[in-house]
Design a protein around this ligand. Sequence first.
Ligand code: DAH
Length: 381
Amino acid sequence: MSDLTYLESYLHQVDAAPDLTALEVLRVAVLGKQGVLTAELKKLGQMTAEERVVIGPLVHQYRAELTSAIATRKAALDAAALDARLAGERLDMTLPVDAPLAGTIHPVSQVMDELAEIFADLGFAVATGPEIEDDWHNFTALNIPESHPARAMHDTFYFEPQARTARDGQGPSSDGELGSPPAGLGSSPRMLLRTHTSPVQIRTMLAQKPPIRIIAPGRTYRSDSDATHTPMFHQVEGLVIDKGITLGHLKWTLETFLKAFFERDDIVLRLRPSYFPFTEPSAEVDVGYTLEKGKRVIGGSGGGWMEVLGSGMVHPRVIAACGLDPDEWQGFAFGCGIDRLAMLKYGMDDLRAFFDGDIRWLKHYGFSALDVPTLSGGVGA
Ligand code: DAH
């Protein structure tokens, strides 16, 4: 009868294989066509039935053990090879970049960083909200009920209505209240792409107690497209809720902000009475410009006025819709187009180029990634 114990030595050799090449040589020597184990398997055919009953299971057991030992050793060697490669290819991401950068920071991102920096200095936090918003936060709670003409003016992108439940059908009740936020479970409110950043006012007032001081920069959407409008654009919202807040606080804040943003002390503001459903009174804010070599430069007012933002005292109904007592809490709010601010400050004249993704435009108007705006270093970069 054949003695199979010599196969033990192959098991030891497999366990000790120093590298993947040595292991592969062993695998072929054992399991390959000319391998020792393959030869043992062939021998089974020539054995008597009695011999085969004894030797057969032994050969198969060695085959299983050797196959599994080879797989185990291969996994260990593979892992060690990967570890060695990872260690060899280690890259310190904190080192300064020494190759020329292909991309740049988009002026919109830069302006958003500048806004955050300026308003942080005034004690404002940055708040965010979803771009896919519901009807109640985008309109109803902002005192724009279903029938309000302002809804038509917003050129809203609506989503296909989902299956409605009874409570979604609830409009504002007849006593003039603005309803309550859509309940999470079981309800499917009408969804839309937010048409402005104002719903972040609502979300902030519902989520935190006053006093509140936030700005909310972000993307907004309207079905509108021409030289000065793109379907996606950027706004920044501002909201202050506290006791005893007046229009004076609003004007001072905007003046301080615009002086810091345009980095000039000769910024002149003009507040024009206006109408927004969510503020009362409401004011549109113009900033004066002068003409230098035929170009409009923000500062002074010799050249004329440019509208830069909408603002006002938060409407008591909006404060009440968020569960606060308007007799106790007042505030102001403002909303401003970021793309326009960037154009005024950095001199681009075509809004559409902002969203073309043209690397040449970015090279010209973009900012270095290391150019972080700071108040001390100048937010203008
Ligand atoms: N949400 C307005 C818009 O998109 C802008 C605006 C105006 C926001 C006045 C305000 C505000 O917070 O007080 O046209």
